[in-house]
Design a protein around this ligand. Sequence first.
Ligand code: DAT
Ligand code: MG
Length: 151
Amino acid sequence: ELQEKTLVLVKPDAVQRRLVGNVIQRFERRGFKLVAMKLLQADQGLLDKHYQQLRQKPFYPALLAYMTSGPLVAMVWEGYNVVRSTRAMVGDTDSAAAAAGTIRGDFSMHVSRNVVHASDSVETARREIGFWFQRDELVAWESGDQDYTYG
Ligand code: DAT
Ligand code: MG
């Protein structure tokens, strides 16, 4: 599926630390296509939906405070196997365990400030994209290097 999509959030710590460009560059360099992007201040209602599986966790209040502490960048990336490839590029949830070369492994040390979010399955991605973007905010466009990316 060449049009598989995933949601990536560049979290508030990464915006503050001026890492947005570096994160974008990694996905561009891999060959994925950017189909939506915006800077926004997330509110609790949005995060309660996004993290509905985690709302009962003891760390949830701290997670909410972190994720609402400043603006974040929400993006949708498209391409072959993008969900799994992006998770591999992001690295382990716990930054302390994340491999060098991954985004978390290169830019963070601790699970509570782990720089980025990426959807964990195609189905999760579909739901998450719906929380963060209106349908008309996704842009369908032809990339000129298609033949050199996929053969
Ligand atoms: P991921 O972001 O890798 O998909 P997740 O969905 O399990 O990980 O958790 C979402 C976020 O919640 C994660 O990026 C950071 C935070 N989190 C997870 N486990 C945590 C923990 N044990 N302590 C503090 N924050 C945690
Ligand atoms: Mg997750």
